[in-house]
Ligand binder design. Structure first.
Ligand code: PXP
Length: 235
């Protein structure tokens, strides 16, 4: 199982003073050298953290893969086709949310997502769809020719905090098995931390975990290099 480090929070901190530190690129290099398999960034429509120039710079400078999280909009499609990241993870986006709150409704937007996937594939960009652990959404993801699904682990993480996570874990396990049967690769992310990540091995065939908040939070105290290495050891 690989680790993708989400560095959006580094940009949030930088933007707090509208300056240049901490550097998003330097954070990506530290994560890369610590053993991360990919760097994940979410270019939001309101550009509240990561900016367009960050994405271009990361693409140019990184040795590991860049995974660009984005909404299924024409603006983001154009940027992705220009940047050509290794992969795009399509996420739903609401302007007033603090962070991504749930999975994409692939069934509702199936035609648009299929067209977007075809367009990204034309540049050899792999496509991942961030979805809830819902079998109908997994099947819809397959119909759109996505390469991966990223299972939303936020509900599991909330349940874990309440000490009652079995049902949410079972949903993730079932969705992952179904995806595997459909030949979709399975990633997971959102709300994962140094405790609940220890249960991720119970989900079959997980390929990669994308983790941001808990790693950057720990980095405040122990440094980013150690925070990434600690997470890789747990995985
Ligand atoms: N995966 C996706 C699709 C996300 O939107 C996010 C948050 O930006 C993450 C993973 C990482 O979540 P967290 O910051 O809670 O680790």
């Amino acid at each position: 199982m690989d680790l993708g480090v989400n560095i959006d929070h580094i940009a949030t901190l930088r933007n707090a003073r509208m300056g240049v530190e901490p550097s998003v690129l330097e954070a990506a290099f530290v994560a890369q050298n610590a053993g991360a398999s990919q760097i994940t960034t979410h270019l939001r429509e309101d550009r509240r953290h990561i900016k367009d120039e960050d994405v271009y710079l990361l693409k140019e400078e990184l040795k590991i893969s860049l995974n660009l999280e984005m909404a299924a909009t024409e603006e983001m499609e154009k940027i992705a086709l220009d940047v050509v990241p290794h992969s795009c993870c399509i996420v739903p986006e609401k302007r007033l949310e603090i962070t991504t709150e749930g999975g994409l409704d692939v069934i509702k937007f199936e035609d648009r997502i299929k067209k977007l996937n075809d367009s990204l594939h034309s540049k050899n960009i792999l496509v991942s769809l961030f979805i809830d652990a819902d079998p109908a959404q997994v099947e819809a993801a397959k119909r759109t020719n996505a390469d991966y699904i990223e299972l939303h682990t936020g509900f599991f993480a909330n349940a874990f905090n309440k000490g009652n996570y079995e049902k949410e874990l079972e949903k993730l396990q079932f969705a992952a098995s179904l995806a595997r049967d459909l030949n979709l690769k399975v990633n997971a992310g959102h709300g994962l931390n140094y405790e609940n990540v220890k249960l991720m091995h119970k989900i079959p065939m997980l390929y990669e975990l994308n983790i941001g908040h808990s790693i950057i939070s720990r980095a405040v105290f122990v440094g980013l290099d150690k925070a990434v290495k600690d997470m890789i050891n747990l995985i």
